[in-house]
Ligand binder design. Structure first.
Ligand code: HEM
Length: 431
């Protein structure tokens, strides 16, 4: 009860109808807005967005259980390049070899087949073989930063690490700046906040990204290698009438992997550093328990619960349905707010506290849920664990180099990403 009362208090000053999730101040610090929705209007209609925001943990569970009534395919289509869809389609058809939809943003049974083909390429073996590489990349990047003593974490640490790993996995060679530019263009197109001015630049980036992927796929058709693009090009399900991925499906999947693998994990790494810089007690605990595998695993889960990188993903109802006591018509466009579910005091008491001893720590929704649960959760978790360990073993005195109120967030609906995490730190001396 105390938690519910304090939730109501946190959200008390918020007039839900006067503001929108798209307001930059709300995007940056959304938790009071989330608490107001959970306590007063859990399936809140955001007029600016034209979407229903699903904010309670138990209501997200309801949605995850029924992927046919809550369609990813329809939800994504309605959100994709909103206002510019036909133009973008034309540009991709004219300049990048075709318009290839996101093969994974579909519903069962279409999704089931594609997901099985994808999972076949995402083997535990491939994830495991990346471990030494990830450790080496983290070590190298941290050593470079330690020589300088300060860094902007998203660009100098997180993106170089995540893009090196995803490139290694896919078997491609591309500077991290290019991957970051493509990733921003991709996430902007689904963030429903694109202006005409932004659109021109984004389209050129999306054309460039797709041309690159198409070339890579054509290359692997002729010359298969030990990498994930080759695995997808040659993937086969013998018990299926349609046993292989089409060219367009392969393009869609490779593009999704290159992007999803980058922004999300880079955002999580940045959030991890932010917590270490602003919660010295948590930094001390990690430093003291760095060799305890259970602790580091739980540390990573709590980072993901407290500040999940993906803010929300969309669904659309295919028929009239009730969620959380609210009747929704067919065609209602929903945004599932993972961050709000992770902040729900009914599931996670004292939700704003970082607490690695929560009994239900792993039940957070940072990776979504149901049949669309993140395909790469194991890889992402491994990256975050290795990074946490390497940071704690090599660095100390991690501090904000700018005042807390100067921290800015990317103005996007897709992720909750700090844009300017300027930190100072020093080398940890061997004890
Ligand atoms: C910390 C890092 C990551 C987070 C927080 C994250 C989060 C998510 C979330 C929330 C979803 C959507 C689930 C839903 O619709 O309910 C998702 C799906 C997906 N993610 Fe991740 N992700 C991460 C890393 C990655 C990486 C590294 C890759 C690939 C290399 C990846 C590939 C995918 C794919 C392909 C899907 C679509 C799955 C489907 O619809 O069947 N993710 N992820």
């Amino acid at each position: 009860m105390t938690d519910q009362l304090s939730e109501a208090k946190i959200g008390a000053g918020i007039d839900l109808d006067a503001i929108s999730l798209t307001d930059p101040a709300v995007l940056a610090h959304p938790n009071a807005f989330y608490a107001a929705m959970r306590t007063r209007d859990p399936i809140h209609f955001d007029k600016q967005l034209g979407m229903y925001l699903v904010s309670r943990y138990e209501d997200l569970q309801t949605v995850f259980r029924d992927p046919l009534t809550f369609s990813v395919k329809k939800g994504f289509k309605a959100q994709y390049a909103k206002g510019f869809q036909d133009e973008l389609k034309e540009r991709l058809e004219r300049d990048a070899g075709g318009f290839f939809e996101e093969a994974i943003m579909t519903d069962p049974p279409e999704h089931t087949r594609v997901r099985r083909l994808l999972d076949g390429a995402f083997t535990a073996h491939r994830v495991k073989t990346l471990e030494p590489e990830i450790t080496a990349v983290c070590g190298e990047v941290i050593e470079r930063l330690l020589d300088k003593g300060h860094a902007e974490i998203f660009s100098d640490f997180a993106v170089p690490i995540t893009s090196a790993i995803i490139c290694k996995q896919l078997g491609v060679d591309m500077p991290s700046e290019t991957i970051q530019r493509w990733a921003l263009a991709f996430t902007n197109q689904i963030s429903r906040m694109t202006t005409r001015e932004d659109f021109e630049g984004l389209t050129s980036d999306l054309v460039e990204l797709q041309k690159f992927i198409v070339d890579q796929i054509n290359d692997r058709k002729a010359n298969p290698r030990e990498d994930m693009i080759s695995d997808l090009v040659h993937a086969r399900l013998d018990d299926e009438a349609n046993p292989t991925l089409s060219f367009g499906e392969t393009v869609g999947l490779c593009r999704a992997l290159l992007i999803a693998g980058n922004e999300t994990t880079a955002t999580a790494l940045t959030a991890m550093f932010f917590i270490l810089a602003t919660q010295p007690e948590v930094a001390r605990q990690l430093s003291e328990n760095v060799d305890d595998d259970r602790f580091v695993t739980r540390f990573v889960e709590e980072v993901l619960r407290l500040d999940p990188p993906v803010r929300g993903i969309t669904r659309m109802t295919t028929e009239e349905v009730e969620v959380g006591g609210v009747k929704l018509p067919a065609g209602a466009h929903l945004l599932l707010l993972y961050a709000s579910a992770n902040d729900d005091a009914n599931e996670f008491p004292a939700p704003r506290q970082f607490n690695v001893e929560r009994p239900n720590l792993g039940r957070h929704f940072a990776f979504g849920g149901g049949v669309h649960r993140c395909a790469a959760a194991a890889l992402a978790r491994m990256e975050l664990k290795i990074a946490a360990r390497e940071i704690a073993r090599r660095m100390t005195d991690i501090r904000l180099a700018i005042p807390l109120d100067e921290i800015r967030y990317q103005p996007t609906l897709a992720t909750h990403t700090i844009a300017n995490l300027e930190l100072t730190f020093s080398r940890r001396q061997a004890s």
